[in-house]
Design a protein around this ligand. Structure first.
Ligand SMILES: Nc1ncnc2c1ncn2[C@@H]1O[C@H](COP(=O)(O)OP(=O)(O)OP(=O)(O)O)[C@@H](O)[C@H]1O
Length: 590
């Protein structure tokens, strides 16, 4: 184990005991008491045998009392200790899980969510909180088992120094165990990607939205069989590694057991020669078998520590990533005065290039900007860059002349409002689903006002319990139509009173034309008010050209490039790609 991991385990040890120091101390005391009583049992047995041989009745009685006390202490302390240990492990697991989720959510951009390595590691980490927690308590267990071992060896060496060699024979089971467990750990790590895929396939069959497509296509059987196949594959690989680890362990134990048999032969000889008592032989038998148990405990605990030590590397890297200060310190401006300027901006997702190429455009403060283009042109990607979810690979985005990466990401996001085509269907109460748009708004009137701005009041009034209606059937609530969900998403986007940038990425794709028309009329008024008060820019991504006629600026994207920009009339008059697409769509409606 590297110094870094020890460092981290020490960190985690502090975390585990945080707020529960006394329980942690109690566990350690109990474990020490168990280790001491194991040796006492051996001693009482020797005492019992020797006093019986010498006919010392009082001593026999005292040895029996000591033995009973030691056994009682082992049983009682064992029970209390294991309960306390479980309590600490579970408590720590909850704490750690909360931290992992909070750290992942704190990362300022989204590119880590496109990285399978990151996803595998964080999934492994979330599945391993028990290992981490158990690994920590295992550190004390290893220490205490080592103390117990030393005590037993000291007593054995007291009978004959050669018996102390049993300690050396405990090394092969340790090494064999380590080799086997390394295989198990590697198998688990290799299987993590497969188990994520298996989980995903499983969700496609058990969740209502994807399940309807799977059912229509008749693919549900194929999907569940594929999921089961993946699960079996991952399980077999782990089972194989476990089997091999078992073989290694057996080999290690075989070495130790031969040593124990040899130790018994030595002590029998000593008894025959009269240099050791029968009690000594009983002590060797008792301690030798207990030593076996102690070594076993130490091996299990060392296994836990090794597993925890490995996963802690991921824990540390996630923690460091979440704590790394963002270079952006400046707060977002109170109002936009000039606007947002993209200078030679290029971008590609992980391992890709050319999703956006050399964009140069100025979005004036207070304007309404429409972005159009064919599927895959890069429209949503532009929205993600403007919201700071991803950073340009080249060029810069400037907010009133300040590069976006110099702004504090939280402060910039607090001044954004957004509604997306694939809006999240929050399965919570209606008022909560809307309030998520701005959790800082404490005024109870803010939710109905936002719902009204999004033209969704009628929808809410028709629900059985109005704003208190539970949404989504997964939790016994009501389901909405696609367009109704989108209206709630729009209401969420209306929660912030003074956004600097209102991002609408095909927010009305699921709405009927009448609803869309009404909504855009309302939004035009809202945008105009916001533009007057703080220079808000409204950026609308759409495939419906009829909705962009009134925009101050239309940007036409084609395979990541801006091929045209200007007002609707200018672009029509130019007779280029925009005019072609506009006329094509208008013809379809005639
Ligand atoms: N998270 C991602 N990781 C990798 N590639 C992505 C990701 N998101 C989008 N892309 C790719 O980037 C390109 C642009 O996608 P984008 O969603 O920006 O297009 P769009 O113009 O909004 O398309 P549409 O009109 O279909 O919504 C596409 O080729 C897409 O495959």
């Amino acid at each position: 184990m590297t110094a870094g991991r020890w460092h981290l385990l020490a960190d985690l040890a502090r975390l585990t005991t945080r707020g529960d120091r006394w329980r942690a101390v109690a566990v350690t005391v109990m474990a020490l008491a168990i280790a001491a009583s194991a040796a006492t049992i051996g001693l009482s047995q020797r005492w019992l045998v020797d006093s019986t041989v010498h006919g010392q009745a009082t001593m026999v009685l005292a040895a029996v009392v000591l033995g009973v006390l030691a056994h009682t202490m082992t049983a009682a302390c064992g029970r209390i200790e294991s309960n306390l240990r479980l309590y600490l492990i579970e408590r720590f697991g909850i704490l750690l899980n909360g931290e992992i989720v909070a750290w992942s959510a704190r990362l300022p951009t989204l590119d880590h969510l496109d990285d399978p390595r990151f996803l595998d590691r964080s999934s492994l980490l979330r599945h391993s909180t028990w290992f981490l927690a158990a690994g920590l308590s295992a550190i004390t267990e290893v220490g205490i088992a080592a103390c117990g071992l030393l005590l037993s060896l000291w007593l054995l060496a007291g009978v004959h120094p050669a018996l102390g060699l049993l300690a050396v024979l405990a090394v092969p089971p340790f090494l064999a165990n380590r080799a086997g467990l390394r295989r198990v750990r590697d198998a688990r790590e290799r299987a993590e990607g497969t188990s994520r895929l298996e989980q995903r396939l499983h969700e496609l069959v058990i969740r209502p939205e994807p399940a309807k497509e799977a059912l229509v296509a008749g693919a549900e059987r194929m999907l569940s069989e594929r999921a089961a196949q993946l699960w079996r594959g991952a399980w077999r690989a782990e089972a194989r590694a476990n089997g091999l680890a078992g073989v290694w362990q057996l080999l290690g134990w075989a070495v130790y057991l031969s040593g124990l048999v040899a130790a018994l032969a030595v002590v029998s000889r000593l008894v025959a020669q009269g240099t050791a008592s029968v009690g000594d032989a009983v002590l060797v038998l008792s301690l030798g078998t207990q030593l076996l148990a102690q070594v076993n405990v130490a091996i299990q605990a060392a296994h836990q520590v090794a597993l925890a030590g490995h996963v802690t590397e991921y824990y540390r890297s996630l923690r460091e990533r979440a704590r790394r200060p963002h270079p952006g310190r400046q707060p977002a401006p109170a109002a936009l005065r000039h606007g947002i300027t993209l200078r030679d901006v290029s971008f590609g997702y992980r391992g890709q290039e050319g999703v956006l190429r050399r964009l140069d455009v100025h979005l004036p403060a207070g304007s309404t900007v429409a972005v159009v283009g064919l599927n895959g042109a890069g429209k949503s990607t532009l929205v993600k860059l403007l919201s700071g979810m991803y950073q340009p690979r080249a060029g810069s985005i400037e907010i009133d002349g300040v590069p976006l990466h110099q702004l504090d990401p939280a402060s910039w996001r607090a001044r954004l409002s957004a509604a997306f085509q694939d809006a999240v269907r929050f399965q919570v109460r209606v008022d909560e689903a809307v309030r998520i748009g701005d959790l800082h708004q404490l005024d109870p009137a803010a939710v109905p006002a936002a719902v009204d701005r999004a033209g969704a009041t009628e929808i809410v009034e028709q629900l059985p319990e109005g704003y208190r209606t539970q949404l989504g059937t997964m939790f016994g609530g009501v389901d909405l139509s696609g367009g109704q969900w989108q209206r709630l998403a729009m209401a969420r986007a209306c929660m912030r009173p003074d956004p600097l940038l209102l991002l609408l990425d095909e927010p009305t794709a699921a709405m009927d034309p009448a609803a869309e028309h009404l909504l855009f009329e309302r939004f035009a008024r809202i945008a105009a008010d916001a533009a007057r008060s703080c220079g808000t820019i409204t950026l609308l991504v759409t495939h419906r050209y009829s909705t962009v006629r009134d925009a101050d600026l239309v940007i036409v994207l084609d395979r990541g490039r801006i091929i045209e920009q200007g007002r609707h009339e200018e672009l029509l008059a130019r007779g280029g790609r925009y005019a072609e697409l506009y006329r094509l769509q208008a013809k379809g409606y005639r």
